[in-house]
Design a protein around this ligand. Structure first.
Ligand SMILES: [Fe+2]
Length: 339
């Protein structure tokens, strides 16, 4: 792993980030990566940064086709104070964050930070206290709610129930035992009950099909009954989405994973990635796997969808209601304390 010239900035950025994650001298930091990780300069930069803070640092390189199910990787993860996840594997289930090994590490008190966005995005959305304020306020409000309703001029009108389900926020910092986060990100989300979705979910051209890392070019209409996507209408993009979910083919591939909203006004819709899920006032409702448990406050989804699919969809110009109260209207927070 060679560090590029751009890596010079990275070491100080990782130092800054690790300080925010409360890395202390003598703590154990485990960097998890794989040979195909798209930013090979990140693990050595994080290694140098953690060393400079006096941590004991290890890099664990997965061969790339593993599913993190063996005793060695589980023991390593459970015994680290902070894990830096720099891998987009295992594919198919939406990454390592939806694995039992990840849940076990969080359960043992590890802090876990995902890092996989490009350098300019890490820099542009460096964590700030305002994102945590909006995130915590939003997660508290979402946790209390029993029903989410999403409406748009494009024709969306659907309801999700979340009775008994918790809510979480992301602010880009993993600084409490049992907390997972993703640097950079700013969003509030929860796992709706997997049998609850009812109505019509319309994805417009220009919305982000994050599961296939591109913008929708044509309208997609998802018809929802008893939590299941029972029909996908539209042209090319609808056929592609249907083919993707059908190829995976398990029941959970046609049920939702998580739903929520973005809270970072520094996000750029022109860049696909965490920008898409984080953009202030936009609504994301995602399909598939959601087994993700974390003991830290307002963290983890607690869902029961074990699908091999995980497909995030981020939509603009959408209204969101909680228990009948208008929270977001066309990307503006009507509930002022959440924005
Ligand atoms: Fe997701």
């Amino acid at each position: 792993m060679n560090m590029s010239l751009g890596g010079a900035d990275l070491v100080s950025m990782f130092e800054h980030e690790l300080r925010m994650c409360q890395v202390k001298a003598g703590e154990t930091v485990l960097i998890f990566t794989d040979p195909r990780f798209i930013h090979p300069e990140y693990p050595p930069a994080a290694f140098a940064a953690a060393r400079s803070l006096g941590a004991n640092v290890y890099i664990l390189v997965s061969q790339g086709d593993q599913r993190l199910e063996d005793d060695l990787v589980r023991a390593a993860w459970k015994n680290a104070n902070l894990i830096l996840g720099m891998s987009m594997l295992p594919r198919g289930i939406g990454s390592w964050m939806y694995t039992d090994t990840h849940n076990a590490a969080l359960g043992a008190g590890a802090r876990v930070l995902m890092v996989q966005e490009p350098l300019e995005v890490l820099k542009r959305m460096l964590p700030i206290p305002e994102t945590r304020r909006r995130g915590l306020a939003g997660a508290q409000r979402l946790q209390e709610a029993k029903e989410i309703r999403v409406v748009s001029n494009a024709g969306s009108d659907y309801v999700l129930r979340k009775d008994g389900r918790t809510a979480m926020y992301q602010c880009g910092v993993a600084d409490e035992p049992g907390r997972w986060d993703h640097w950079p990100s700013g969003l509030v989300t929860c796992a709706p009950l997997e049998d609850s979705a009812e109505g019509t979910y319309v994805i417009e051209p220009g919305d982000v099909l994050l599961g296939s890392w591109r913008y929708a070019q044509s309208r997609i209409t998802l018809h929802l009954e008893k939590g299941r996507i029972v029909r996908i209408e539209g042209e090319q993009d609808a056929r592609l989405l249907e083919a993707h979910l059908s190829r995976i083919g398990d029941d959970g591939a046609f049920r939702f994973s998580h739903a929520g909203w973005g809270i970072d006004d520094r996000a750029d819709w022109g860049h696909i990635g965490m920008d898409s899920e984080s953009l202030y006032g936009t609504v994301m409702v995602s399909i598939g796997r959601n087994i993700f448990k974390a003991p830290a406050p307002y963290c983890g989804l607690g869902g029961s969808n074990t699908s091999e699919a995980h497909f995030d969809i981020c939509c603009r110009n959408t209204d969101l209601y909680l228990d009948g109260e208008l929270i977001i209207q066309n990307e503006q927070f009507v509930a002022k304390d959440l924005g």
